[in-house]
Design a protein around this ligand. Structure first.
Ligand code: MG
Length: 252
């Protein structure tokens, strides 16, 4: 199922989307909810980020081909390389990415985003996917100069609007074999498949839960493949993941 979050006439709601029609839901997305019979047309609502995340955990260097382009000195990590990003950076579909600087290089990064559905700690890899609610598209917009300068990545990736998320959460999906792409102004820039992840989603959840409690609504940006490139004002960036959809944002 596709779960969306939307605003309509000043109210924020969750719903299930099918064939352009929304059935609103009542209750708690992660516990007990009821799908209502009334319907709303998709074109009458503004889509919001499909989740207002608790923690945002991100994974660096999780595709082999991207490790090489980051720096010749970068080596393949032995364990997932994880870091935290502020949840105040999240924007939804069609919201604008506002560059924090015109001078510094700022890149797009298409990423499969995992939405946690159940509290977990110390879960094994073979049970890890039981704790997933669903998957959505993310763009891990990154200020490269600050990323290099700081030596840790929180500032470079936490500017307001630097974490586009959406357009919806797909719950029926195998995360191990999904085509993932970025288009900038219609031109293909990144083109890979989640099967090329060094640490697949189940391993990431198991690893993260070995040292932090994961809660429903936490999200994991699972890393980007080769092909990152600078974005500039006026660009339209689309992250496309097969089985989910397209997350589109303009840069200003
Ligand atoms: Mg990234």
């Amino acid at each position: 199922m596709k779960f969306i979050r939307f605003s309509l006439a000043g109210e924020i709601g969750y719903g299930v989307l099918q064939d352009g029609v929304i059935n609103p839901i009542e209750g708690d997305l992660f516990n007990n909810y009821k799908i209502l019979e009334k319907t709303i047309d998709l074109k009458d609502v503004k889509l919001l980020p499909p989740i207002s995340p608790g923690k945002i955990i991100a994974v660096g260097l999780n595709y082999l081909d991207h490790v090489g382009e980051v720096s010749a000195a970068a080596s393949v990590p032995e364990e997932p390389m994880t870091f935290m990003v502020s949840n105040t950076a999240v924007i939804g579909p069609d919201d604008n990415i506002k560059l924090a600087s015109y001078e510094r290089r700022t890149d797009h990064e298409c990423e499969l985003v995992v939405v946690i559905g159940k509290e977990c700690f110390n879960v094994s890899e073979d049970k890890a996917l039981d704790y997933v609610f669903g998957y959505t598209c993310g763009n891990d917009v990154s200020d490269r100069e600050i990323q290099k300068k700081d030596g840790q990545w929180t500032r470079a990736k936490s500017f307001p609007t630097y974490k586009p998320l959406g357009p919806w959460i797909e719950t029926e999906l195998d995360p191990t074999n999904l085509d993932i792409q970025t288009y900038v102004n219609g031109e293909l820039k990144q083109n890979s498949n989640t099967k090329h992840m060094i640490f697949p989603v189940a391993r990431l959840i198991s690893f993260l839960s070995s040292f932090m409690i994961l809660y429903p609504g936490d999200v994991i940006y699972s890393g980007t493949p080769q092909g990152v490139s600078p974005i500039k004002s006026g660009d339209v960036v689309e992250v496309k993941i097969h089985g989910i959809g397209v997350l589109k944002n303009k840069v200003i």
